[in-house]
Design a protein around this ligand. Structure first.
Ligand code: CP
Length: 309
């Protein structure tokens, strides 16, 4: 089986079958990272370029490790040390990188739609590693994989996504993914951080965090995306934390076995307390572990399986 597409640009465009294929493939790759020699030869001779125009700890490292565990050559471009700072356009950067014959470019950019533009400029595969407030597909895939691993299913679960929904690409990709696999998603946040019409994506929306938490199976907390806000969306951090921060008391509204997710980086004491982030139901580090398996699966399905066929 392979993905019958050149690029992974968003979850919105994926069918439930394609998401399930990626998750099942990731499950089969999970054990590679537990081996003493963490490597399979599947992508030997393939080249992956990581082109990150925004900061990243988890996503960039995870894509690089995933490529290397598949025996691909991985190259990281630091945009601050590249010719982008001399004014080179995305199109010229893309055409010059393509001239070196990579098989895949992984791109993160502050502007929504940039990976889609890049995919039109190059013949190699393009993976969206986060575009503005639009989508972060590999994050949603690793989130779904983590929930599936702990709960055994996604269909029928209640998922609450809480925080800065307006500026969150993670929220958008997860709404598409979880609803497509049959979960019920509720988003919650201050009125200034809940985009009007968000229900059109298939979720419910509320400004009442405790209502969103009621009897939920999965709680996904989001960071306030200060880097995407041009104005203040709430009076003070303290006020935000009081109304929308997750602590042990608020968590009691959820099901007793509810699991906690956060894409990271976390702001301890703002959107989540340390007791909850480090507590027994937190899957935050499992998400990071699963990120490598998901990215190995995406590389395999875009590059490796295609070559075998
Ligand atoms: N979750 C996530 O995208 O983290 P980074 O910004 O560190 O890559």
């Amino acid at each position: 089986m392979r993905l019958k597409r050149k690029d992974l640009l968003g979850i919105e465009e994926l069918s439930a079958e394609e998401i399930t294929l990626i998750l099942t493939t990731a499950e089969s790759f999970r054990e590679v990272s537990e081996r003493e020699i963490k490597k399979v030869p599947t992508l030997r001779g393939r080249t992956v370029i990581n082109l990150f125009y925004e900061p990243s700890t988890r996503t960039r490292t995870s894509f690089e490790i995933a490529a290397k565990r598949m025996s691909a050559d991985a190259v990281n471009i630091s945009v601050s040390a590249s010719s982008v700072v001399k004014g080179e356009t995305l199109k010229d950067t893309a055409r010059n990188l393509e001239a070196m014959r990579p098989d895949c470019i992984v791109i993160r950019h502050a502007s929504a739609g940039t990976p889609h533009m890049l995919a039109g400029y190059v013949g190699c595969s393009v993976i969206n590693a986060g575009d503005g407030a639009h989508e972060h597909p590999s994050q949603a895939l690793l989130d779904m994989l983590t929930v599936k691993e702990k709960k055994g299913r996604i269909e029928g679960l209640k998922v609450a996504i809480i925080g800065d929904i307006t500026h969150s690409r993670v929220a958008r990709s997860n709404i598409y993914g979880f609803t497509r696999l049959g979960a019920s998603v509720t988003v919650a946040g201050p009125p200034t951080m809940l985009p009007p019409g968000i229900e059109a994506l298939g979720c419910k929306a509320t400004t009442n965090m405790e209502a969103a938490l009621k009897d939920t199976d999965v709680v996904m907390m989001l960071r306030i995306q200060l880097e995407r806000q041009k104005e203040s969306f709430f009076p003070t951090i303290r006020e935000y934390s009081r109304l929308y921060g997750l602590n042990e008391e608020k968590l009691r509204k959820a099901k007793p076995d509810a699991v906690i997710l956060h894409p990271g980086p976390i702001n301890r004491g703002v959107e989540i307390s340390s007791e909850v982030a480090d507590g027994p139901y937190s899957l935050i580090l499992d998400q990071v572990t699963n990120g490598v398996a998901v990215r190995m699966a995406v590389f395999y399905l875009l590059l490796g399986a295609a070559r075998e066929e």
